[in-house]
Design a protein. Structure first.
Length: 157
């Protein structure tokens, strides 16, 4: 996991590093991510401790203390640089999205498709996708049962 491989971070990576701007331990990181994302991002213990180990090995974070059985970590300068790069990258994505929605996806001259006809207007395509997505979200999703897990074992497909 060299620096070059960390040009983009997964959500768990991003939120773990963000939560280590201040010293924190594993369970505290999970709580902070849950609170910060209002439950949208849940990091399992296996994922968390695997990433902490990799980050520590790559000197992206460092262990600063150990209290009882809790290891306390903090982001390093290298980790802060990676986090800042990702923050900048994500802001570029948001700004590009704002530009697109500001002009409702319209372009003056849509490119020709391979058939030589004009491509459909982007705003029309966006509207069709909104309708299609709404229909998909309104339909009940079939569920699969995973073993004897009861209702918690039921997952949308």
């Amino acid at each position: 996991m060299a620096r070059e491989q960390l040009k983009t971070l997964t959500e768990p990576m991003y939120y773990i590093l963000l939560s280590l701007l201040k010293e924190n331990h594993g369970y505290g990181i999970m709580q902070m991510v849950d609170e910060l994302t209002e439950g949208r991002v849940v990091i399992g213990a296996g994922t968390l401790y695997s990433l902490l180990s990799r980050f520590e090995r790559e000197k992206i974070i460092t262990q600063v203390a150990e209290e009882s059985r809790r290891k306390i970590y903090k982001i390093t300068e290298k980790g802060s640089d990676i986090l800042q790069d990702e923050y900048t990258r994500l802001n570029h994505l948001v700004e590009d999205g704002k530009k697109f929605f500001q002009f409702e996806g319209e372009r003056k001259d849509p490119p020709d498709d391979s058939g030589g006809e004009k491509a459909e207007d982007l705003s029309e395509a966006v509207e069709k996708e909104k309708v299609r997505t709404q229909v998909i979200h309104d339909e009940p999703k079939p569920r699969r049962n995973f073993g004897n897990l009861g209702k918690k074992g039921m997952m949308p497909v």
